[in-house]
Design a protein around this ligand. Sequence first.
Ligand code: FE2
Ligand code: FE2
Length: 395
Amino acid sequence: MDQSSASRTRKSTVAEALPEEKQAEFDPQGIHGRAGSRLLSPDITPKISSESLIKKNPSRKVLGIMRRCINEFSDGDVVDDVFLLADKQIRANRNAALYLLVELRDRTGSISARMWNVTEESQAHLQPGGLVQVKGKTQLYQGTLQLIATHIYHVAHDGFDMAEFLPRSNRDVSKLAVRLREILMTIEDPPLRALMECFLIDEKLMQNFELAPAGTKAHHAYQGGLIEHVVNMLEVAQRIADLYPDVNRELLLAGIFLHDIGKVRELSYENGFGYTDEGQLIGHMIIAIEMLSEKIRESIELTREPFPEETSIRLKHLIASHHGSYEFGSPRLPMTPEAIALHYIDNLDAKIHEFTRDINNDPNPQSTWTAFNARLDRKLFKGPKKTEANAVKPR
Ligand SMILES: [Fe+2]
Ligand SMILES: [Fe+2]
């Protein structure tokens, strides 16, 4: 695509098109100067720190009470703690007596708990997504740690830091945000760069981009998961771009950034993970295309230059085709080199994450295999039990 004539006349960045007071707001120290300033030079630490979004609570104090995390439990522990109720079922045993089966969660993991001899009515007040106080004892059953509860009752959310109950990325999200900007600011094509800047200066959007999971179950299903997934994909694209000179690297990077951006509105992720009404009804691809159209309009307003129609359509195609097949919800199959590259990079990052998570989190140390994963339609090989003698030294 020939954008050279537009490039010559176009203001080099969105920053230069902003009113002067606004430029100062994004470059408070004035370290990038007036002429030729770059709004989001890689060395500027983003104003929005993920630390303020994903509160750290190292003392794990909730309402003044020290709580023990799920990953600290071992066989025979007496438990009296607050958890997020992630799932709830009433089941019948062989004698037709009802029991309650729940999944409890905190930021370190999840554990299933059973409470014997219940009635539907007595447990009706327990709602998934709510907090519960649980008393009971842990027990190792067929290689899996579970909790046998004697009491489970609802507690109000007030006063609890919900970040304590939601899983979050192990990576430092503020560093991921810096890396995201660093890579996107290698884009030199003026219209595409200005468009990226329009997304990156949208503080509310970027707050959500740093907080959202990439999904609710399949992969990166934790706060900060979306940005972790996207930065990994950008790193992969950066490394392979030289091998495929006919793939437009800048378009691919922009497409990777935008492919799942609709998840900030498709999913809810502040008090538990789920789908918003908009997410259920429209889905993240259509939401992302809407967001893209809006930012293209903003970029045209700020730079007072037209946005190339071909770039707009190619970007929309990258979003619409990234799931790779009709079966997985893409309305179009990938039909450009950048689209097929994006689809495979997306799938590579998602699948490797799912494989390693299943292997690392498998609760049964006695088995060399994980439990069967229905989505992958297979169990995974963990390898022989690690002993001092056979442990593979990390490279
Ligand atoms: Fe997606
Ligand atoms: Fe993705």
